[in-house]
Design a protein around this ligand. Structure first.
Ligand SMILES: NC(=O)c1ccc[n+]([C@@H]2O[C@H](COP(=O)([O-])OP(=O)(O)OC[C@H]3O[C@@H](n4cnc5c(N)ncnc54)[C@H](OP(=O)(O)O)[C@@H]3O)[C@@H](O)[C@H]2O)c1
Length: 238
């Protein structure tokens, strides 16, 4: 299998893991469309990719906008949805509204995106959703991240049954060094990373490309369906 000339839509392709998927896919000569909410971030990402990648602004929490988005794109082969904004915190302290917003982003966003995308996915196409290692091994203060990740993995499994022959899979990244942590206070980020790395068998965070390699595999692998790949440096085993 090859991604040459395949059209790939990456919602959340302007940074982090999604950007790394775009970078590896263009190396494989795929035609890539990166999408996210910020036009500025998309244009910066396009510059860094240094190839002819298309960009499209979309907020995947807006179903009407998603409908127009996929109509404009037309037929394509693979959909990747690494986009999300999740705010977590101690169960008893995190306002329920904040928890619901996180669910709206990381669960309902991909749910609606898949729904609107399916009529446009070519035969042999696939979908990859993104959960997170906290789903399998929560720690205190992560109830909402952990719950959403389990829900996303369930969504991928169920969709693979209902949407066949479109393949649907999920990637569960562990700690990954992405722009997600750019806004954090430097000291806080360092102590968070030190602490979490102690919980890994491979005692370092993943680089985004190390997660993206699995995303490329899932698009190429015709016999992989309804599964979640846990790319987490052994976080769930230690
Ligand atoms: N990094 C980690 O350690 C880690 C660990 C476990 C799981 N994960 C999961 O892996 C996935 C990718 O994470 P990452 O670290 O690569 O994140 P990231 O660097 O923050 O990138 C998120 C991307 O999603 C886009 N986005 C956010 N909300 C959107 C929306 N409503 N509509 C469209 N685009 C939206 C962002 O761009 P705009 O701001 O322009 O919209 C950005 O391109 C996420 O689901 C995350 O929860 C990450």
């Amino acid at each position: 299998m090859s991604l040459t000339n395949k059209r790939i839509v990456i919602i959340g392709g302007s940074s982090g893991i999604g950007f790394a998927v775009a970078r590896l896919a263009v190396k494989d000569k795929a035609q890539v469309i990166i999408a996210s909410r910020s036009k500025e971030k998309l244009l910066k990402a396009k510059d860094r990719l240094d190839v002819n990648v298309d960009t499209k602004t979309i907020d995947m929490c807006d179903e009407e906008a998603l409908k127009r988005f996929f109509m404009e794109i037309g037929k394509f082969d693979h959909l990747q949805i690494p986009a999300s904004v999740v705010e977590t915190g101690p169960f008893l302290e995190l306002p329920t509204e904040t928890a619901k917003n996180s669910f709206s982003s990381k669960f309902w966003g991909p749910y609606m995106a898949v729904k609107q995308a399916v009529p446009f996915i070519n035969e042999g196409g696939s979908i990859v959703l993104y959960s997170g290692a906290l789903g399998q091994r929560p720690v205190p203060g992560t109830v909402i991240s952990a719950s959403i990740s389990c829900a996303v993995e369930g969504l991928a499994r169920a969709l693979s049954v209902e949407l066949a022959p479109i393949r649907v899979n999920c990637i569960s990244p562990g700690l990954t060094q992405t722009e997600l942590f750019d806004q954090w206070d430097k000291e806080k980020a360092k102590s968070f990373f030190d602490n979490r790395c102690e919980m890994l068998i491979i005692k370092r965070p993943a680089q985004p490309e190390e997660i993206a390699e699995s995303a490329i595999h899932l698009m190429n692998s015709n016999y992989t369906n309804g599964t979640t790949l846990y790319i987490d440096g052994g976080y769930t085993l230690k």
